[in-house]
Write a protein that binds this ligand. Sequence first.
Ligand SMILES: [Zn+2]
Ligand SMILES: [Zn+2]
Length: 409
Amino acid sequence: MAVQLKWPMLGIVIPCALISLLAYGAHFFVFRGHMSLNEQIWYEISITMLWISYVLAIVVKPGSPPRNFSPKAGEWRRWCKKCQNYKPERCHHCKTCGICVLKMDHHCPWTNNCVGHRNFPHFIRFLVLVLCNTAFVMIKLCERVGQYYEDRNLPSYLVDKTEMFFVILLLPIDIFVLLTVFILFIRCITNFIFKGMTQIEIWEMERIESQIYTERLWLQIRKNYESLHGKPMPQLSSWNRTARFYETEASDPDSDAASASEPTGNSAATESHSIVPQDFTVDDIVFPYDLGIWQNTVASCGYPWSWFLPWCGPPSSGIHYKKNEYMDDDELSLPWPPDGGHQEALLTPREDPDISAADLRNLADLRRRLDPRQHMSRAEWTNDLGESLDDFGVDLDAEDTEHDHLIAK
Ligand SMILES: [Zn+2]
Ligand SMILES: [Zn+2]
């Protein structure tokens, strides 16, 4: 869940206090008596690296589009009302920083800075160093706990009470920081490396998924397709569903009726001339910037030789992004997001759906049909964690989605 602080400076003060307490409290009150001078020097070097990466994550800007930026053919022409400038793909205006941010991931309250294209490696380096240092502190403190257990029969005047107090104080705080940062790190790495997506793009994908069978989404997608390609959208087919259909056919020849008429969950979708494609799922929508694990890693964190150099950033400018080869085969073939964040109003007022006995056999489909979020606008929509676009720091007032349009190829 997104954290919003009343006083933004607290976002810097709290991590600084935690780092100082854990790093120097553990060194001065616990490690000093049990580590060699060499080990203590290496420990302090790694703490200094942590401070450097934190300062860089705070001061290095994520990057903004140049004043004269103009999108290319095949891209969205999106206007920022506050910067009075066009925005490149993947760029959003941050309500806290007050600037357009290249490849915006989220506004981080703990660095009081946006995480975006240019400072993402600094942010990841900071998280990695926090994980390494807190894991080291945890292991060393646990060793002390083990030693106390072994010495449990010693007279109490032989036990250093101050050291024991700090072990008991620091160990739970250290484990809490380690687990919290680990969850954030896994979320960032999974999104960026395995999917090539920012957190905002993951959110957009979840929104599209929850609205994939609505007419209003497809009205907008059809309109966008026509303005990009200059022709009406063809009838879309699903390679996922086709593959599943043939798999079922091959394994069970008697199950044709069930698989061929798989419910789409929308009465409109069952008609042959429906606005909603009959045989198309969210899995068929290609995310344009997922280039595979290696290229995703290099695009966001730079080449491996630069990962440990505190000043290194990503290799590209962050203005235009390479698209994957699936975009050439994709029948939809639209820049991200395919609806541009804008949707037509509902054609007819929403009615209470009839729930039949057949519907009750497919609860996942029924749950999706009854999800009130499928009729929400982008500004209202929230993901399963309750996060809206606003929670990632995006300034929706700066957007002009009504007038955004695609530049024809
Ligand atoms: Zn802006
Ligand atoms: Zn920001």
